[in-house]
Write a protein that binds this ligand. Sequence first.
Ligand code: ARG
Ligand code: ZN
Ligand code: CA
Length: 366
Amino acid sequence: MTEASPFPAPRRDLCGAMHVHRRLLNQSMTYRAQRARIENRALLYETGRRSSARRGVVTLPVVVHVVYGSPEQNIDDAQIHSQIDVLNRDFRAANPDVARVPEVWRTLVADAEVEFALATVDPLGNPTDGIVRVPTDQTSFGTDDAVKATATGGSDAWPTDQYLNMWVCQLGGGLLGYAQFPGGPPPTDGVVILHTAFGTTGTAAAPYAGGRTATHEIGHWLDLFHIWGDDDGACSNDDRVADTPNQADSNIGKPAFPHITCDNGPNGDMFMNYMDYVDDDSMFMFTQGQRERINACLEGARASFLVARQAAPAKQPAAAAAAGAPVQAGHNGDVERLLHDSERLTKEVLTDIQNMLGLVGRGSGG
Ligand code: ARG
Ligand code: ZN
Ligand code: CA
């Protein structure tokens, strides 16, 4: 009677970010065009044909939308601050466990030079603690982005070219989180994290109580792919980063070094990379190559985060000061170059889209 199900238990082998990525590639010609441009730029940086114009650390203003269906899901401020603290260590290679990176990869460890600060000014210019709390009737959310709009039981994004939007909620299906890659529709841009995989205190639960789900998802938001290349073990696709070894499939739990796949011996998979699927206490590095992709993203699709603070320092002095942002004067050449680049990028994309529309007729864009 109680025969084993013919269907295997669902494997968590497709991150929510890849679901969204594939959905957008299918639905939106604009997204496909944007992704092609972004990938071209990333390749230039990754292969050293172009180097970063960015000087010093960029601080990203963050808004956290706590969308709660129960008092427990309405996580406290301390849990949110604990998450910001983790991000500020992980993206600066200031996390204590970076010392556990195997000797052979120590020189590859990268300080991504990205920091995070809860917003101190809201979109209307009023003071804020960077936290929005919204009750919901929804018992759980999925990757359909319902959590990102008030109309669907969630919370509307703050302008996604000025704030990193993070939604924290109950997620279904064993999903820890998901992200939208750069180049996607602005109203849904940001990351979504399961409240029990968010921060290190409160409802955060082992083995995901190290705040690394947000590190991983923001990695996607800054254009990093999974380290195994999402090819289900085929060894044919990779993460488009040269210094991360080609790896067959995701790793889970707490793997032992070395774990060899895809002829990547003797050192094997770099499973301790944030872009694998291991437990929070087993991931602790980004590489130099990954930083190049992050730089390409910050100087391309997400250049608004670099430019806003520098071009209009008088507009948000309180925000910049309170966020502890370094004073970034004296790099006007960089700013102009970045602005010029993002304008050119936009023009190129528009031309692409016009060409495509000319080819296929109206109606399938968006
Ligand atoms: N989107 C991935 C998932 O839902 C996140 C994996 C993060 N891994 C971690 N150790 N926190 O499975
Ligand atoms: Zn992922
Ligand atoms: Ca690689």
